[in-house]
Design a protein around this ligand. Structure first.
Ligand SMILES: *Cc1c(COP(=O)(O)O)cnc(C)c1O
Length: 223
């Protein structure tokens, strides 16, 4: 097996205190996840509903699953009963569907709002203005079963480290804006999910609280 245990500890040793690891296990087999689990890792991220469902069924029930992919509204009902956090919420419609299904399940579901800051046109997420608009609209305040815990974003896929750092800083500054305006007394709104295998060393300089790392732990994905 790929050196999952060694790689996991290597990554963990590089994370400053206060930064949590979400081990991104998409496309990797269950025994890779178990190898990390045996070392104490409990938070894993997946991006496809069916794959997540299979792994959730097969693996220990104290794993905290994060959904990190683009989530279609018709899939929400399948993950809400057990998901720990839905990281990539990028529309009011999706937020309402999570609320509806969470109410049905009698759960409180944690979510992050996904920002689109990177230059790539293909990335999902809310522009800063769209995110401002969503929060200003206030409908989220009526969602008793949804807890907005912070922001998530992906930086541009580029070798230009200065650009990546600029994007992380935009996200960090935007977090402060939103926190001050909408969540000043809400201690649950505290998460800044940025940083992946290639750029987490930069993300932690820009106040990431949660890094999503796959390749550096599990090796290259086989699609
Ligand atoms: C796949 C994925 C990651 C992990 O990427 P690596 O480069 O393998 O660390 C992180 N975040 C999201 C949203 C992903 O889809």
């Amino acid at each position: 097996m790929y050196q999952v245990k060694e790689k996991l500890h290597e990554v963990l040793s590089r994370l400053p205190e206060g930064v949590r690891l979400v081990a991104i296990s998409k496309y990797h087999p269950a025994d890779y996840i178990l190898a990390a689990y045996e070392e104490g890792q409990r938070v894993f991220g997946e991006s496809h509903e069916q794959e997540l469902r299979d792994k959730h069924t097969a693996l220990p029930k104290d794993i905290e699953w994060h959904f990190i992919g683009h989530l279609q509204t018709n899939k929400v009902k399948y993950i809400v009963p057990y998901i720990s956090m839905i990281e990539a919420v990028d529309s009011l419609k999706l937020l309402w569907e999570i609320q509806k299904q969470a109410a049905k399940s009698g759960r409180m579901v944690k979510v992050l709002l996904e920002l689109h800051i990177a230059e790539e046109a293909t990335k999902y997420g809310l522009t800063l203005d769209a995110c401002r608009e969503l929060l200003a609209g206030g409908e989220w305040r009526q969602m008793a079963n949804v807890q907005i815990c912070g922001l998530m974003m992906m930086a541009s896929n580029t070798d230009d480290e200065a650009q990546i750092e600029r994007e992380f800083q935009v996200a960090a500054d935007f977090f402060d804006e939103v926190k001050a305006q909408y969540f000043p007394a809400d201690s649950a709104f505290c998460e800044r999910s940025w940083g992946m295998s290639d750029d987490y060393h930069l993300a932690v300089r820009h106040r990431s609280t949660m890094v999503r790392i796959g390749t550096s732990i599990f090796g290259p994905r086989v699609y």
